[in-house]
Design a protein around this ligand. Sequence first.
Ligand code: HEM
Length: 405
Amino acid sequence: MTATTTGGPARRGLLASAAGAAGAFALAGWSASDGSPRGAPPRPQDADPATSVRPFRGEHQGGIADRPQTYAAFAALDLRPDVDRDAVRRLFTVLTDDIERLMTGAAPVTDQEPELAAVTAGLTVTVGVGPALVARAGATVPAWLAPLPAFSIDRIEERWSGGDLLLQLCAESPTTLAHAQRRLLTAIEPLCTLRWVQRGFREPFEGEHHPMRNLMGQVDGTVQPEVAGRDAGLLWCGDEGPAWLVGGSALVLRRIRMTLDTWDRVDRLSRENAIGRRLDTGAPVTAPAGATATAIADLNAKDSLGFHVIDDGAHLRRAHAMAPHERFLRRPYSYDDAPTEGSLSDSGLLFAAFMADPVRQFVPVQQRLADKDLLNLWTTPVGSAVFAILPGARDGELLGERLFA
Ligand code: HEM
């Protein structure tokens, strides 16, 4: 295939100057895939989930406050050493163009599988940046944009941690996800090297009768701030930080391994005690029979012997906010990879949480859990990363454009 489309040669030029030796990759890929113009308006919202479209443009990026899709991939990349400020800008030009196309069903200019791109499946691609990228763009790095402190429970592995650039891809179709991931990684390969990819899933039948359950069987993600209303300030960065980040957020991604082989041997009562919630409904153990997951937990309730009904080491008690600012939006995904030697599973939680300031909001909670949490008997953090999530691209704007203001 040798044909080019609108934007093809321009795109080639954009990347070529920073591509260096890696530039050869482009030769195979610059063929026509569809004729739609650059920046074509999004297709209207479609009732068919296969072609449903979530908005790309707006004050905030998608994939944060919107309903979590069933499948997710988190890909972290590092900038190549020769990438300078101009090249970072070119990176965002390419990303903005390709992400907008993929989210709206118009294949990127390099895409030879437009049929895969046409199945948008509610795709969102959310872009985050690490401190090194912000510094290379010449912008102010917020104080919280750094690795989390080491906690006593951590067994962090480099292969799941850190990164200069994050792409969080979420969709209702694993094929859509894989395709979008491949296209984006290929497009930015001249400027970045891949550091890690972590894939996760949620319950496809999620809804009123099928809540999100993690692989320990617990109803997960119940207590959340009201980020669409009074708690919006907990999620979105405001004037307190650098101007380029207003309308953005922060992502803390913790890869937490579950030792399901030993969890299997725990009886139901002890399992409920470890969380402080019932396994069937997800209701707090203090709630009356028939209560639902949203019932308020009574942390002061005591049994006839004077012990707290919600154990002093229960996850619910330990994770519960001790101050109004110690809250964040949890958007977790399970992972279940090929078992490692000596175990029947390699499973756990991609604990993804969004907030305005991880040091202020997240670290005190994680510290309490590290000090004491019954769940620690079966869970181990093995990966950790913090990214600044860019504000949304408004009409005519590039993602990350305000980094260069
Ligand atoms: C594999 C690890 C983890 C598992 C299996 C897990 C599971 C759960 C479950 C089942 C609940 C109760 C339902 C709900 O409100 O969502 C919960 C609550 C919560 N978890 Fe976790 N969690 C894990 C790690 C973490 C971490 C690392 C943090 C933060 C540092 C955290 C923070 C919270 C918070 C803030 C709540 C709500 C507490 C409240 O009731 O106010 N969790 N978690």
